[in-house]
Design a protein. Structure first.
Length: 577
């Protein structure tokens, strides 16, 4: 009977595909696709790629801090769903030690029980939430697919420091709508895709040559951003190896503000190769970035210049609850003489030392090197330190040489203290002037004008405090504050605060470049919200965001914006992380 059912399904599938081919993707074609998805019995788990800072990532990190996932590699986000499920399986042995909330979360993430409200809806609306987790899901023994909506509807009214031409009661809003599809074919192949259309009203709009912060290409009308975003990944995964090709965001390291690769910039086109065995995980990322220059600059069309990157990171778990890593990356582009075009095959080797290769090429490119260490002295506490060098000469230490460019990032994380479900972290970053910059904007460590590394930017001190409390499996409270002190550029004088400026342009001499030189600024960004899960990945949020910028020349500007939002299929959209 089962084989007959499968045969009928594939016969109907062929008929549906024939209708799509002959008549185009109209209403009947869409109906045929939905029919295929809704008519297949659910038997297998959907695979794909997680989203950075989603609930499952937070859950796994908290369990590792508590000492239950000692050898897990969680510093290359986002994980594939296959990796996350393997870690969840290892957590099963600790089920009796978990709090009731964590037990319920483990059951949900392992898909042993349905998500909140899924059964109630499934009983009243035919063919939705049939697997208890996805709005539409279908699977057999060797394939699975799910389709879920993406939606953010937010609205709020704030208060802002009054000033000439400034709205003292600014309205904020966001309207995001889209689709998320994920799945797996056979034991090795997985895929993930998201597409959204977005409109956002902000308090203080920033427009820079057709792009806005964190969004890539966007249209700006007054204080409203409009943009589209598409991400998609196809991948192969075995016990020891994983390969991905597509477009997505990444965050590497222990910190929210990673000095190596943060999720602040828009999604990047990439090929990722990952090998994991014993206590090691090695990742190679080959990337295509986009210049921040205005469309058509120096050309007769609107195509932005491309630049490329190659990055390697090795993370190792050592005895004594110690985890160490080394990192390297290079950013390069077509040179001014057009001797080199497109991706340089010299950097395509996933296991080569990039600085040596770059030196053989005549040192034309931007190489950055880094290392980190993290230690858990007791369960529930981890301390870490991360270092990255852009350029460095030990002979000039203490002389404030402009090219001694580096970033220190250190902090601590605590979990399940003072009560289960609480996670707290403190981070501090010290970023030298001219960090991430190069002799041409095209080789700077930025993508669409946004930093690929720490979002505070160069010539800055940054402090972050973040608290998160998973009160129940459906109710969450979260708050974070980032305080940034920086020295900004002063007109034509380059104090090293803007990585998009050639580090030789406007620089005042070789030595005496102290941290926080220039026009002093203090920036504060705080967010707090309460979130309740109504249906699987459908949340109701009540939030408030506070921002202030105190500039030594321009004065103080600050605003607070409380807002409410309905959010489906995406993590909380933080302005900083």
């Amino acid at each position: 009977m089962w084989s007959a059912t499968i045969s009928n399904i594939f016969r109907l599938r062929r008929n549906a595909l024939r209708r799509l081919t002959l008549r185009g993707l109209g209403l009947r074609g869409l109906a045929a696709i939905l029919f295929l998805l809704l008519s297949v019995p659910v038997a297998a788990q959907v695979d794909g790629v997680l989203q950075i800072d989603d609930g499952l990532h937070r859950f796994l990190i908290r369990q590792q801090l508590a000492g239950r996932l000692d050898w897990a590699h969680l510093t290359h986000q986002p994980l594939s769903a296959g990796d996350s499920q393997a870690y969840l399986d290892s957590l099963d042995q600790y089920r009796a030690d978990l709090s009731r909330t964590d037990q319920r979360l483990l059951e949900r993430y392992r898909r042993e029980v349905p998500g909140p409200g899924a059964e109630w809806v499934a009983d009243r609306v035919p063919r939705v939430f049939r697997n208890g987790h996805d709005l539409i899901g279908a699977s057999s023994d060797d394939w699975s697919v799910s389709v879920n909506p993406i939606f953010v509807g937010a609205m709020g009214v704030g208060k802002r420091t009054a000033g000439e031409g400034v709205d003292a009661s600014p309205r904020v809003s966001q309207n995001t709508r889209g689709t998320h599809i994920a799945g797996a074919i056979g034991p090795y192949f997985f895929f993930e895709g998201r597409f959204t259309e977005n409109s956002q009203r902000v308090v203080d709009p920033v427009s820079r040559d057709g792009s806005v912060p964190r969004r890539g290409s966007a249209k700006v009308s007054g204080n409203v951003y409009n943009w589209m975003e598409a991400t998609g990944v196809v991948g192969l995964r075995t016990k020891y190896l994983e390969a991905r090709f597509g477009r997505d965001r990444y965050r590497w390291g222990h910190a929210l503000g990673s000095p190596y690769l943060s999720n602040y910039a828009p999604p990047i086109d990439h090929v990722l190769l990952k090998a994991r065995f014993w206590r090691l995980e090695y990742v190679s990322l080959f990337s295509a970035y986009t210049s921040s220059r205005a469309p058509g600059a120096g050309r007769g069309d609107s195509v932005r210049r491309r630049k490329y990157g190659s990055s390697h990171r090795l993370a190792v778990h050592l005895p004594g609850r110690l985890e160490v890593s080394i990192f390297e990356t290079v950013v390069f582009a077509t040179d001014s003489l057009e001797v080199r075009e497109r991706f340089d095959l010299s950097y395509a080797n996933p296991v080569i030392f990039l600085r040596a290769v770059e030196r053989d090429r005549g040192s034309p490119d931007n190489v950055l090197l880094g290392a980190s260490a993290a230690w858990r002295p007791v369960n529930g506490l981890r301390v870490f330190v991360e270092l990255m060098l852009d350029e460095f000469k030990s002979d000039f230490v203490g002389k404030e040489w402009w090219a001694n460019k580096w970033i220190w990032n250190y902090g601590l994380q605590m979990a399940d203290f003072p009560v289960s479900g609480v996670t707290a972290r403190f981070e501090a970053a010290r970023i030298r002037p001219f960090m991430y910059s190069h002799d041409d904007e095209i080789d700077a460590y930025v993508h669409f004008g946004d930093l690929l590394g720490h979002p505070a930017g160069p010539n800055a001190w940054d402090y972050t405090l973040a608290l998160d409390y998973q009160a129940t499996d459906r109710l969450r409270f979260s708050a974070n504050t980032a305080v940034t002190r920086r020295g900004r550029n002063d007109g034509a004088i380059n104090y090293g605060s803007d990585p998009l400026i050639d580090y030789a342009a406007g620089r005042q001499g070789e030595f005496g470049h102290a941290l926080l030189q220039g026009i002093r600024q203090t920036q504060i960004l705080s967010e707090a919200f309460a979130s309740y899960e109504v249906l699987p990945t459908l949340f109701v949020d009540a939030a408030v965001r506070y921002e202030s910028l105190d500039d030594a020349e321009l004065g103080l500007d600050r605003w607070a914006t409380p807002f409410v939002q309905l959010r489906w299929g995406v993590p909380f959209p933080s302005a900083r992380w």
